[in-house]
Design a protein around this ligand. Structure first.
Ligand code: MF3
Ligand code: CO
Length: 251
């Protein structure tokens, strides 16, 4: 039994503001991403910026997570913990995932960025992941089902020969970071719940150019590909409206 919380129109305005803050972070951090910068510096900058926009970090303290950002480099899929010791290198790709709370509502979004000159392989992986997210979002309309989102992400990623990380999913979002429904990034063959106006969803495909197998490192957070293959992750929070999907985290 799915219990998907529909937001009131007033709550939707708060969700818009929370997620606009996420879009600001993901846009402005781009200029900070260069070789030699530590993931700790990025985290400090993001925390200050969120506070200056009258919100607070959404991940810090969530199940004990210690930072504002998740910074996941190369074979790290998600939940990489920022560190002074971890400096970006030319050719890396880095996934930045950021959450905030604005007037009791969560914003959540992620983007993968190149550091300096990256390989064609990395660029294609990032572009495919971003494209699959947009194709998933295009299915996020009234009358469709959650599985229509999943299936179109699946189709886009597989058509390029990449694998989808299956153990991690997108989610509903609102007063909680993770609400129902769960949004798979692959076609499970099952029909999901119907999409209705005023649902708010975080859609977040994670893909790799090797195997989908993942493991969690000893820090209990960092999720990596077991085979060391490159991974990309993009996430938008959207609202279902009468006239279709509205991307609340649009950069
Ligand atoms: N975007 C991720 C998610 O929705 C980030 C969660 S990191 C955590 O699951 F630290 F908050 F768990
Ligand atoms: Co999320």
């Amino acid at each position: 039994m799915e219990l998907i919380i529909l937001k009131t129109n007033n709550e939707l305005w708060l969700m818009r503001e929370a997620n606009r803050i996420i879009a600001v972070i993901l846009t402005d951090i781009k200029a900070k991403i260069k070789a030699g910068v530590s993931t700790y510096e990025l985290d400090q900058w993001a925390e200050e910026k969120i506070l200056s926009l009258n919100a607070r970090p959404g991940f810090k303290g969530y199940k004990g997570y210690p930072a504002t950002l998740c910074t996941s480099i190369n074979n790290e899929v998600v939940h990489g913990i920022p560190s002074k010791k971890r400096k970006l290198k030319n050719g890396d790709i880095i996934g930045i995932d950021v959450g905030c709370i604005y007037k009791d509502f969560y914003g959540d979004g992620a983007y993968t960025y190149p550091v300096g000159d990256v390989s064609e392989a990395a660029i294609d992986l990032m572009n495919t992941c971003k494209k699959s997210l947009l194709e998933g979002i295009s299915q996020a309309k009234k009358g469709n089902r959650v599985s229509d989102i999943s299936n179109s992400i699946d189709k886009c990623v597989r058509s390029k020969g990449y694998e989808i990380i299956r153990d991690l999913t997108g989610h509903g979002i609102g007063r909680e970071l993770h609400e129902e429904p769960q949004i798979l990034n692959y076609n499970s063959g099952e029909k999901g719940p119907k999409l209705r106006p005023n649902m708010t969803l975080s859609i977040e495909p994670m893909i790799s150019n090797g195997s989908f197998e993942i493991k969690t490192l000893d820090d209990n957070w960092t999720v990596v590909t077991v085979d060391g293959s490159l991974s990309a992750h993009y996430e938008h929070t959207i609202a279902i409206t009468e006239s279709g999907p509205e991307i609340l985290t649009r950069l």
